[in-house]
Structures are given as structure tokens and as C-alpha cells.
Design a protein around this ligand. Structure first.
Ligand code: AMP
Length: 455
């Protein structure tokens, strides 16, 4: 099947050609015809399967075929996303797919001033992508009305539940008009999510692209058994020995993420952390730097990384493995996107072995065991000291990570003519050379916590 078989509006087909999409992904083949008929849809699919295009292409097509003037403070299509990162990504995809049309897209999420969002909405928009909390704030302030919504999309429903958005979602369900098309997506469909789906959907068609918690086929999974306190040395070894394009490193806690970054910096390896304690500005900067390849290592917690779509993530490293098997599937799904190959490496401490067994049972796969490298004891002994945690000296310039983040942010802000960052690192970009991360030799400077970009 090809995209032209759907008979989508010519302006959408043009955008697909520009993005060099030739064949629809399985979720797109299944969902697009049903949605073009105006049916409700329950999609069981994880990020990385192409579900954003699956729901946005037919919706754009509907709006183009049924033009209607914008109503002040209203929107025709509402997409709810659990995280700001995913919301920004969905909005960017809608802009990409609608770039040859006049349809407007706005994003609203918390953590940034509300006034600009109120202004953006004042004339009304065609597509609004929002996180639930800020959406309801705007409704309460009468800056947004939902009585014109014709298409409602609830994305990553299981994550919404994990993040405690259930009450907000129930409220949204009450405000939405009765007559509308509903699309509901979730990576998993346990009973409570199915119950939530029932509240939104009317006689839906269900499509599922991968059996629940199936591990992406193209990912090579490896596991090394190692003591918790020796994991940092193993990480440095992996970064030195693997051909890494971009790696996402997962830790279980926010402090754990910061600690890994400090250790890497101590060894002269540049990395950013992304987690819930970081400001929106820091998170955006870190993601942009990662997308553009300026920083090749991003250390993340699960919540912060959910939905991140960065092409060219060659490795996912589980510094700690998750205690929920589905989370493992989500994590390793960050690599091997849209047909690319990927490698997932898990460091498993003795007390994590039961988690690994659960993961293997649920995914029905077995990761290939890889022994600790020769001379590992030596590597542990010679591990450079971590960089000092940033001190609150009141002087912004003292903290090198912050200095670097500020510099990157300024650069990003000052370069509007370059267009969206995502494109710079995305489909049309030159493939980047793979590199190894080489810590500085001798480690003298590294012991002082000097920061140097390597790779
Ligand atoms: P999603 O699951 O919507 O986050 O999409 C994952 C990635 O696949 C995104 O980078 C999309 O740009 C890409 N993608 C989606 N559909 C296609 C397609 N039909 N052909 C090639 N790439 C696609």
C-alpha cells in the first residue's frame, strides 16, 4: 500500500513527498482509512510506530475538505499529550504535514508563561496540542473554549494515567461537545485504560500494531551483570568501545541522572540530564542539543524521556533497569525508530535480576549476555572523580553546565532563520559520522572536574 491509495488532499500528499515518506507504517495503513470514514478509533501503539501521522493526516484531510472559519478562543482539533516534550513534537509533526496548507497549529503546556498562550488562542486555531493541566487552566480563565472541537485525540493514555491526569481527563470529557470524532492511543491496554477509553469512544474500531509489550524486533538487546557501584566504570567502557551516534541513558531517579552526568563530565565526556527537576528552559535546551547532535549523550528518567522522538538514537543504555516491564519496552523503543536498527544495553545489578526475569517473560525475548571487559577492576579503580555538583554561588557564570546551556539557548534563540531544529537533525539532514567517546588521557584535568566536549 502507498500513501496515494488513501486519496488524501493534494497539499498533504505534497508534504509527505517532501518528508520522503513513501509507504505507510502498519498503524497508518490500518488507521487512516477508518479515520477518513469518520469512525472513532482505539489505537494500541507505542511512540515510534508512526502513530502521529496516523491520526494527524486524516484529521488534516477532514479540515481541508470541510473548511470552516476559526472561532475566537476555539479549536477544531484538540490533541492531549501527557508531556510537554511530546506535545511540542506532535505540534511540529502537524506543522510539517500541514505545511502547504493554511491550517494553524498552537501548543499549550505548563512551565512557561500563560499570557502568550492566551494571545495565541485569541483568534482561534485549527489544531491545538495541549497537556491537560494547562488546557484546563486556560478553559478556567475563559481563554479557551472547547465547544467547537470536532476531532479529539487522547495520546499516550497509559502515561496520562501514570501521571495522575485522570481527574483532568474526566473534566475534559464533560466539557467537550457530544458530536465529535474521538481517537484514543495507548501503548498498553490494561483494564483501567480500557475503562477510560470507553468514556471517550463511541463504537470505535480497534487497531493494534504490536501485541502488548512486544519488544521492537530490530533492537539488539544485550545485558551485562555488574555491581551497582561499578556501573559508572562500565558505562565509560561502553562509551569508549561502541560506535555511538546518539545514546539515551536511563536512570531510575533524578539524582541518579545528575550523578551519572557529573561522573561523565569528570571524565571529560559531555552529556546533559533531563528530568522533572529541570526547568522547561533546561529541558528544551538539552533536547535541542541532543537533536542537533551538539550533545550525543542524554541521561534521562522515564517520565522525562517518554515520547521523545529523536532520529538517530543508536543506543539506549539502561544504567538501571526499570521494575515495570512495559517501561523497558518504552525505553528501548527510543532507538530503532522507523526502520532503523538500534542497540539496547542493560546494566543489571544483583538486586535487579528479578526485574530482568520479568522483562524477559513479558517481552518473550532474551537479551544476549555480555561479560565484563578484561581489566575491568582496573577501570573501576581508575575511574575519574565526578565533576563538582553546581554550587549555588549566586553567580550564574560559575557553573559550567549552566554556562553551556545558556550559550546553547542563546544560539538557538538567535538563529531563527535556520528553521526548526528537528529538521536540522531529521529526515533531510546528512547522516552524522559515528564516533567513539574518548575521555581525556591522564585524567589530571578530569580529576579537577574540567568540562570538555569529546566526540
Ligand atoms: P511517531 O510514532 O508518530 O512518533 O513517529 C515516529 C517517527 O517515524 C517519526 O520520526 C516520523 O517522522 C517517522 N515516520 C512516521 N511515519 C512514517 C512513514 N510512513 N515513513 C517514514 N517515516 C515515518
Amino acid at each position: 500500500m502507498e500513501f496515494k491509495d488513501f486519496g488524501l488532499h493534494a497539499d498533504i500528499e505534497r508534504a509527505l513527498t517532501a518528508k520522503r515518506y513513501t509507504q505507510p507504517t502498519p498503524i497508518q495503513s490500518q488507521a487512516i482509512p477508518v479515520l477518513l470514514e469518520g469512525r472513532d478509533l482505539c489505537g494500541i501503539a507505542q511512540t515510534g510506530t508512526g502513530k502521529t501521522a496516523a491520526f494527524s493526516l486524516p484529521s488534516l484531510d477532514y479540515m481541508l475538505s470541510n473548511p470552516r472559519p476559526r472561532t475566537p478562543r476555539g479549536c477544531r482539533m484538540l490533541v492531549l499529550s501527557p508531556t510537554r516534550e511530546l506535545a511540542a513534537q506532535i505540534a511540529q509533526s502537524c506543522r510539517d504535514y500541514g505545511r502547504f496548507t493554511k491550517l494553524s497549529v498552537a501548543t499549550v503546556f505548563g512551565g512557561v508563561p500563560i499570557n502568550r498562550q492566551i494571545r495565541d488562542l485569541s483568534q482561534g486555531v485549527d489544531i491545538l496540542v495541549a497537556t491537560p493541566g494547562r488546557l484546563l487552566d486556560l478553559v478556567d480563565q475563559r481563554a479557551l473554549r472547547l465547544d467547537d472541537v470536532e476531532i479529539f485525540v487522547l495520546d499516550e493514555a497509559d502515561q496520562m494515567m501514570d501521571m495522575g491526569f485522570i481527574h483532568s481527563l474526566r473534566r475534559v470529557a464533560k466539557i467537550l461537545p457530544k458530536q465529535r470524532q474521538n481517537l484514543f492511543f495507548s501503548a498498553t491496554m490494561p483494564k483501567e485504560i480500557a475503562a477510560l477509553a470507553q468514556q471517550f469512544l463511541h463504537d470505535p474500531v480497534t487497531v493494534s500494531v504490536a501485541p502488548q509489550a512486544t519488544t521492537a524486533e530490530k533492537i539488539r538487546q544485550r545485558v551485562t551483570f555488574v555491581e551497582q557501584k561499578e556501573k559508572q566504570a562500565l558505562l565509560h567502557h561502553v562509551l569508549r568501545s561502541e560506535e555511538i551516534d546518539r545514546a539515551l541513558i536511563f536512570t531510575r531517579t533524578k539524582h541518579g541522572a545528575d550523578r551519572v552526568v557529573r561522573h561523565l563530565k569528570g571524565a571529560g565526556i559531555d552529556a546533559f540530564a533531563i528530568h522533572g527537576n529541570k526547568s522547561q528552559g533546561q529541558r528544551t535546551t538539552a533536547l535541542q542539543a541532543f537533536r542537533s547532535g551538539q550533545v550525543r549523550l542524554l541521561v534521562a528518567t522515564d517520565i522525562a524521556a517518554r515520547g521523545i522522538d529523536v532520529s538517530g538514537v543508536s543506543h539506549v543504555i539502561n544504567f538501571e533497569i526499570p521494575n515495570v516491564p512495559e517501561q523497558y519496552v518504552h525505553r528501548i523503543g527510543r532507538t530503532a525508530r522507523a526502520g532503523a536498527e538500534g542497540i539496547a544495553i542493560s546494566f543489571v545489578a544483583p538486586d535487579e535480576r528479578t526485574y530482568l526475569r520479568d522483562i524477559e517473560r513479558v517481552t518473550r525475548t532474551r537479551a544476549e549476555p555480555v561479560a565484563l571487559p578484561d581489566g575491568f577492576t582496573e577501570m573501576v579503580r581508575n575511574l575519574p572523580k565526578p565533576a563538582q555538583p553546581p554550587r549555588n554561588t549566586g553567580g550564574k557564570g560559575r557553573d559550567p553546565q549552566r554556562q553551556r546551556e545558556d550559550a546553547l539557548r542563546k544560539k538557538a534563540d538567535g538563529a531563527p532563520s535556520r528553521g526548526p531544529r528537528r529538521e536540522a537533525a531529521g529526515e533531510g539532514a546528512q547522516p552524522q559520522r559515528k564516533r567513539r567517546f574518548r575521555p581525556r588521557r591522564g585524567g589530571v584535568g578530569a580529576h579537577k572536574g574540567a568540562v570538555q566536549r569529546v566526540g
